[in-house]
Structure formats: structure tokens, C-alpha cells
Design a binder for this molecule. Structure first.
Ligand SMILES: [Zn+2]
Ligand SMILES: [Zn+2]
Length: 334
């Protein structure tokens, strides 16, 4: 291969692949030969134009794995050849006054910020300090550390404790990861609400109870609920699903504005918290969880899509022709 294939987002439902020069790593950066890149729900909402969070002309891709293929000046050259993922969240040195890194006023995310080339590409260049070693995790699962980190952060935000009952609305990759992490954090009852039978079956193979969305209202109340979708219906369901004084954590970014039942929050003194991306600590914890084997997402990953067909996979997911929890683009290099 002589160049760097990239998948460019052209606007709603359109992408194309073009070949560019291989980007060299600058000072403090590494170049990664991409092996796998996951299609995220947020990429899909951007792809359809619904969320407005992806801009035409950009190269998406924020959950990926690969092998370090080059190190810039001031970077440890022994990184070259290592199997890695990267934490795509970039923040300032503290000058903005942020206390927690994912609250940075200058926060940028690789593959989301239109000015930074993401990982739907053969090569991606990232700051060396964002590289996270896979430490034995295989490259396919390595690309799934990022969505697992989203769940680790949300479970921390919702303060799930031993013995609690948890309800999750949305059985996509984040919802499934939430079930696993909530269970590992001591939740004794975890129920996942999801309409799609394929997604419900996966949660059930992991030992979780599942219900259809219209069955949530009949369930016993939970202590904590997570909305991994983010639309009116799931907000109403997750708020109504927790007991008085319970916590509802919003993770999914389905729509920028939704209607919520105010009285259901005020009168029942329910706490509403948001959770966005992850701290560095949560990302590293997700890597450690996966490396330990306590979390096994092997069954969540569908058949790989080769680079030339990744646009088809986007369209299939966006139009519900496929319901895989995670489709990975493979560059074919491993
Ligand atoms: Zn994502
Ligand atoms: Zn900052």
C-alpha cells in the first residue's frame, strides 16, 4: 500500500473513499497503522444528518486499534510496533480551568472534531500521550475499549452500588456495556429494555433479563436507570422506572432536545445526571477490565467489513438492515 485510504463523510447518507498521502507523525505524536475501527452510534447519527455532530468533508472514526508505525520527535521510539488503541479525547493543559478533563472548554475528540482526521483510514496520527497499550487484548476487541469506557464513566456518574437494581433503556453497544459494568459494580438486578430481538438475545446470553420497551412501566422500580438512547420515549421510561430518590443517568445523545416529565423528577426527588465520554481513569479502567477477561465483548462484534465496503455498513445500520452491536471496519492489514 502506497497511500492512506480515508473514508470521507460527504453529507447525509453519503461517504466516499479517497487516497491521500500517509500522514507523518509530528513532534509528540505517533502514527498508527489502523487495524480495526468501530462504527459508533454517534457516527451513525452524524451520518444520517440527524445529530449535526458530523460535518461534511470530515473523516470520522474515534474507536480504533492498530500498530504504532511511526514515532515523531520527542516520542519513545520503542512504541513502534506495539499494539494499541487511543483515547480520542483531547483537552488543554488546564489553562481553561477545567478540573475534570472531559469538562475542558477546549475539548476535542479525534474523529468527531472535523479538523482532525479520524480512524476510518489506513493511518491515523494521534498525540503519543493518548496511546493506550492493548497489553494482550486482541486487536478486534481493542477497538471496543472506547465504548466500554463510556459505560464505565456512566456507571461512576450514577454511583451504582452493591445490591442496587438497574434498568437500562437501549440495547446497542453502550447499553450492553452498561449492563456488564453495572453488574461488575455490584448491581444485583440488571434489566435491559430493547425492541430488537437480536440485541435482546445477546444481553440474555450474558445473563441479563430483557424486556420490550412497552414492558418497562410494569417492572418493579429500580434504584438507577440509564438512558442509552436519548429520545422522548426513553427519557420518560427511564425517569418513571426508578424509585423516589433514585438516579437517572443520560448517556445517549439521540436528540439535542427532548421533553421530560418534570413532575416525575421534582415530586419523586429523582436525581438526573449526564455522562459524557470518559475521564482518562475511566478509559484505563475499561482497558484493564477487558485485559482481565472479566468483560468479554467477543459476541458483540459482528462480521468485519472491509474498508471498501464500510459505506455500505453505515447505510445498513442507519436503515436498520443490520442490527449488529458493533461492526468493525478492517483495513485488512492484520
Ligand atoms: Zn463512540
Ligand atoms: Zn481545559
Amino acid at each position: 500500500m502506497s497511500g492512506n485510504r480515508v473514508m470521507v463523510y460527504d453529507g447525509p447518507h453519503h461517504v466516499h473513499i479517497e487516497e491521500r498521502d500517509i500522514p507523518p507523525p509530528g513532534v509528540g505524536e505517533v502514527q498508527i497503522r489502523v487495524a480495526y475501527t468501530g462504527i459508533c452510534g454517534s457516527d451513525l447519527h452524524g451520518y444520517t444528518g440527524k445529530s449535526g455532530r458530523r460535518v461534511p468533508g470530515m473523516v470520522m472514526g474515534h474507536e480504533a486499534s492498530g500498530i504504532v508505525s511511526g514515532a515523531g520527535a520527542d516520542v519513545d521510539p520503542t512504541l513502534v510496533g506495539r499494539q494499541v488503541t487511543f483515547n480520542p479525547v483531547l483537552y488543554c493543559d488546564g489553562g481553561c480551568g477545567h478540573v475534570v478533563e472531559n469538562h475542558c472548554a477546549q475539548l476535542r475528540v479525534i474523529g468527531v472534531d472535523p479538523t482532525i482526521q479520524g480512524a476510518f483510514a489506513d493511518y491515523v496520527v494521534v498525540p503519543a500521550h493518548r496511546v493506550v497499550a492493548l497489553d494482550g487484548i486482541d486487536l478486534r476487541l481493542g477497538a471496543c475499549i472506547e465504548p466500554l469506557a463510556v459505560a464505565v464513566q456512566a456507571v461512576k456518574r450514577a454511583r451504582v452500588e452493591d445490591g442496587q437494581r438497574v434498568l437500562i433503556a437501549g440495547g446497542g453497544m453502550i447499553g450492553q456495556c452498561l449492563a456488564l459494568v453495572a453488574h461488575m459494580s455490584g448491581a444485583t438486578s440488571v434489566v435491559l429494555s430493547e425492541a430488537n430481538p437480536q440485541r435482546r438475545a445477546f444481553a440474555e446470553t450474558m445473563g441479563f433479563k430483557t424486556v420490550a420497551p412497552d414492558e418497562v412501566a410494569a417492572l418493579p422500580l429500580s434504584d438507577v436507570s440509564f438512558d442509552a438512547v436519548g429520545i422522548d420515549a426513553t427519557a420518560v421510561a427511564t425517569i418513571g422506572a426508578v424509585c423516589k430518590g433514585g438516579t437517572v443517568c443520560f448517556v445517549g445523545l439521540g436528540l439535542p432536545t427532548i421533553r421530560v416529565p418534570l413532575f416525575g423528577i421534582v415530586v419523586a426527588e429523582r436525581s438526573v445526571v449526564g455522562s459524557f465520554a470518559y475521564t482518562d481513569l475511566a478509559f484505563d479502567e475499561a482497558r484493564d477490565m477487558m485485559a482481565s477477561g472479566l468483560v468479554d465483548l467477543t459476541g458483540a462484534v459482528g462480521a468485519d467489513t472491509d474498508f471498501e465496503r464500510v459505506g455500505e455498513a453505515f447505510e445498513d445500520l442507519a436503515t436498520s438492515r443490520r442490527h449488529d452491536l458493533k461492526i468493525l471496519m478492517s483495513t485488512g492489514d492484520t
